[in-house]
Design a protein around this ligand. Sequence first.
Ligand code: ZN
Length: 288
Amino acid sequence: MSISGGPFKALERGRSIGCAAIQIFVKNNMQWFAKPFSDADLIAYHGYPDRPRMVFGHTSYLINPGARNPEFLEKSIRALGDELTRADQLGLPFLVLHPGAHMGDGEEAGLMRIVSSLDSSFASLADGRCRIALEITAGQGSCLGHTFEHLAKIIERSKFPERLTTCLDTAHLFAAGFDISTPKGFWETMRNFDRIIGRDRLAAWHLNDSKTALGSHVDRHEHIGKGKIGLVPFSEIMRSEEFAAIPKVLETPKSDDLKEDVENLRVLRGLLERRQETKKAGVQEVRR
Ligand SMILES: [Zn+2]
């Protein structure tokens, strides 16, 4: 949800279409740095009545904690620290981050650089509270984070594992080659996630259909049910009790009047109603 006009505007936009959870950028996502929030920004944000139950953030797309170029790497670490500070000012529990790209140096070197960048950012903010949710990626180009093992390695090697969690994106999973388009494939993927990372480290879902095919490694989001994934994983995620407490947000194409969000929410909540009807009828859900 856009924060144009001030961060409280995102809360207003979210409430206007009945969101229980929203994701925001903590500044213009195409800029490295922005002027600090004013007192008026923060008062309006924290004093906003009737806010969505969950608000979390997403980092700027410019940030690459795996950058090879020393200037970009330094800027990425500084920008990440700056965004974590802004997130703390807004009281956000976590910021979603695409882990980074190795830029030709290979996976191992890239992962090590990501760990050291994240550690530098955390170390520079001793009193920081906001965590980083490493997002599964489509694995485009030299981007890392398209396997659960990548995310697990970053968490295991960091000096600040308590500051790290993860975010799963349905479109990225599918493009990375996880076939979540069938119930069997979806639950197998979740079992692997539980084994390699652990369910206590699932902070959020990004619910997006994919314009691109399974294993394409190309990241293009599509409206729910209109892409190559179909409705299966969305139905499983919306209907399963085990995800009831995990916030879920859309990152699908949208215009200023939010009509596409309204439609995607309608489709998703339609799937949820089926869960409630099943419960009301006293039907036992099939255990997978
Ligand atoms: Zn995402």
